[in-house]
Ligand binder design. Structure first.
Ligand SMILES: [Zn+2]
Length: 256
C-alpha cells in the first residue's frame, strides 16, 4: 500500500515537472494561434518580475512570472473570442501586452490603451486581479474604438440618455446624494468616455447584470441600446446574434 502511494505521488510529481520554458512555450503557442486568426499579437512583458519598467505615458509595468503566464493565458485568450475577427482589426487594436502589475502616478491600474503616439493601439493589461482583467480588456478595447469617427460623432446621442441635471465629474459637481444614477459603475461617472467604456465592458461581461440594471434605470437601458449600435458601426458582425450568444456565456468561457 505504501509503495502504491509512493508510486502515485511520483506520478503526480512528474506531471507537474514542466520547466519554466515549457510553460512559456505553451502560452506562446496559444497566443500564436490567436495572432494567426486575428492579426493581433498577445505578448507578455519580459524581464525581471521584481523590477518595474517604464513603458510610456507615466505607466510602470511589472513582468509576469512563468506561472502567472500559464495560469492566465487561457482565460485572457478566451476573453478575446467574444469579438468578431474583423471587429478587432477595425478597433485599432495592434497588440496586447500582459503585465503582472501596472502603476500610473503611484496608483495601481487595471489596464491602459495607447490611442496615440508610437505605441498607438497597444493595450496593457494587469494580472493583479484575473477576474477584473477580463472586464478591463473590454473597457480598454472600447476606448480604442472611441476614436473612430462614427462613434465619436455620436456623443450627443449618448449625453441625451442622461437625465436632466446629470453631470460627469470632469464637467462639474456630481450628485453624491445618490450612489449611482444613469451609470453602470461609480467609475463611469468620471466622464462620457469612461461611461461608454464601462457600459460596453459590463454589457459583454455580464449580460444578466446589464439587463437587471436596464430595468431599473432608463438611462442605462438607453445607453445599453446605443452600445449595440456603436459596436455594429465598428463591425457589422457584432450583431444581435452575437449579443444573444454573449448573454448565455459563462464568465471565462470562450465564445463558440
Ligand atoms: Zn477608461
Amino acid at each position: 500500500m505504501r509503495l502504491l502511494v509512493l508510486v502515485a505521488a511520483l506520478g503526480s510529481f512528474s506531471s507537474f515537472a514542466a520547466t519554466e520554458e515549457d510553460l512559456w512555450k505553451e502560452a506562446r503557442t496559444s497566443a500564436a494561434a490567436f495572432e494567426k486568426r486575428t492579426g493581433v499579437p498577445m505578448q507578455w512583458l519580459e524581464g525581471d518580475p521584481a523590477k518595474g519598467q517604464s513603458v510610456g505615458d507615466e505607466l510602470i509595468a511589472w513582468p509576469p512570472s512563468a506561472l502567472d503566464v500559464t495560469s492566465s493565458a487561457p482565460a485572457l485568450l478566451n476573453e478575446l473570442t467574444i469579438y468578431p475577427d474583423a471587429f478587432l482589426k477595425s478597433s485599432g487594436l495592434k497588440r496586447v501586452v500582459i503585465a503582472r502589475g501596472l502603476e500610473r502616478r503611484g496608483t495601481a491600474w487595471g489596464g491602459f490603451a495607447f490611442w496615440a503616439g508610437p505605441k498607438k493601439g497597444t493595450l496593457y493589461v494587469s494580472l493583479r486581479n484575473l477576474a477584473r482583467a477580463a472586464v478591463t480588456i473590454h473597457h480598454e478595447v472600447f476606448h480604442l474604438t472611441q476614436h473612430i469617427g462614427a462613434i465619436e460623432s455620436r456623443r450627443d446621442s449618448w449625453s441625451a440618455c442622461n437625465p436632466p441635471g446629470f453631470v460627469y465629474a470632469v464637467d462639474g459637481e456630481i450628485d453624491r446624494t445618490r450612489q449611482r444614477v444613469a451609470t453602470i459603475t461609480g467609475y463611469a461617472r468620471t466622464s462620457l468616455v469612461e461611461d461608454q467604456a464601462e457600459m460596453f465592458a459590463w454589457a459583454v461581461s455580464d449580460g444578466a447584470f446589464m439587463a437587471q440594471q436596464s430595468q431599473q434605470d432608463e438611462a442605462i437601458a438607453c445607453k445599453a441600446k446605443l452600445i449595440r449600435t456603436f459596436v455594429k458601426l465598428v463591425d457589422s458582425g457584432f450583431d444581435d446574434a452575437r449579443w444573444e450568444k454573449l448573454a448565455s456565456r459563462k464568465p471565462g468561457e470562450s465564445l463558440p
